[in-house]
Design a protein around this ligand. Structure first.
Ligand code: PEP
Ligand code: MN
Length: 295
């Protein structure tokens, strides 16, 4: 890694790649995040009903998702919108894990809720609005669960990495960075998907990077294309919103894909994943040849 990146991110030295640590691989149930397998996390924005959650979980599992997402505590743009089912939502997620074997990622919004959410979830999500809520980050870190840290919607990469460093400093090495789009002058999309951030993080950080094209786009029609771009940029996985009937979703319906849309997106990323695999095996072959000749 070039020295200038080290200087620029000097406040978060432990998230940067080093000869000792090239890539963090996080075990979650029977899978690994940041390893060889591309991990798709999919599910509704909010947990609404048993039927909605189970139908979605079963569908996305059949389509290749490995992790079920769904919010039980919802940070909304308006405090007057639906705020989530709370503990009932967490219990539904735990039942879905039991029935499908999918791991669960769900958001925790306050320090006091960390022990409860950590009891039901496999991964704690820190939302964009809380990226700089340091008391929450410390509590989430100390829960011992892997933490999916979304980028603050107005946060620079340096600020984002500083928050990741804080989690590491609190004894938790299992941080997953999630690019979900940032606010810019462009208003056509909900956010601007910062794919350069994904490419950069894959070069400089050992932490797994997940792309969230749903919150970046804000429109379901754009999600498959942004998903493919996320793969091409080098993301270790995707986080996407899926709902059996997006028109009737209690939150983020406009950006939620229906089941057919999800299948289409999964089909669409396949060739990009195959290309990546090919590139990696070529790079490995070149390394092996180099070692044989000069090692
Ligand atoms: C979500 O994942 O549903 C969510 C609220 O995400 P963000 O914090 O990125 O807006
Ligand atoms: Mn959402």
């Amino acid at each position: 890694m070039c020295e200038s990146w080290k200087e620029r991110f000097a406040e978060s030295p432990d998230v940067l790649k080093s000869p000792r640590l090239e890539q963090t691989v996080i075990p979650v149930l029977d899978l690994e995040i940041g390893g060889d397998e591309f991990i798709t996390m999919a599910g509704p924005c909010s947990v609404e009903t048993e039927f909605q959650l189970m139908a979605t979980a079963n569908h996305v599992r059949r389509g290749g998702a490995r992790i079920l997402r769904g919010g039980a505590f919802k940070p909304r743009s308006s405090p007057y919108s639906f705020q989530g089912l709370g503990l009932d939502g967490l219990k539904m997620l735990a039942r879905a894990r039991k029935e499908t074997g999918l791991a669960i990622v769900t958001e925790v919004m306050s320090e006091e809720d960390v022990p409860m959410v950590a009891e039901y979830a496999d991964i704690l999500q820190i939302g964009t609005r809380n990226m700089e809520n340091y008391a929450l980050l410390e509590a989430a870190a100390r829960s011992g669960r892997p933490v999916l840290l979304k980028r603050g919607m107005s946060a620079t990469i340096a600020e984002w990495l500083r928050s990741a460093q804080l989690i590491l400093d609190n004894g938790n090495p299992n941080v997953i960075l999630c690019e979900r789009g940032i606010r810019t002058f462009e208003t056509a999309m909900r956010n601007t998907f910062d794919v350069a951030a994904i490419a950069l993080l894959k070069q400089i950080s050992h932490l797994p990077v997940i792309a969230d094209p749903s919150h970046a786009a804000g429109h379901r029609d754009l999600v498959p294309a942004l998903g493919r771009i996320g793969v091409a940029a080098g993301a270790d996985g995707l986080l996407v919103e899926v709902h059996p009937n997006p028109e009737k979703a209690w939150s983020d319906g406009e950006q939620s894909m229906d089941f057919a849309g999800f299948d289409e997106m999964m089909d669409g990323i396949e060739p990009y994943l195959a290309l990546r695999k090919l590139e990696r095996s070529r790079a490995d072959a070149i390394d092996a040849g180099f070692m044989e000749a000069f090692g």
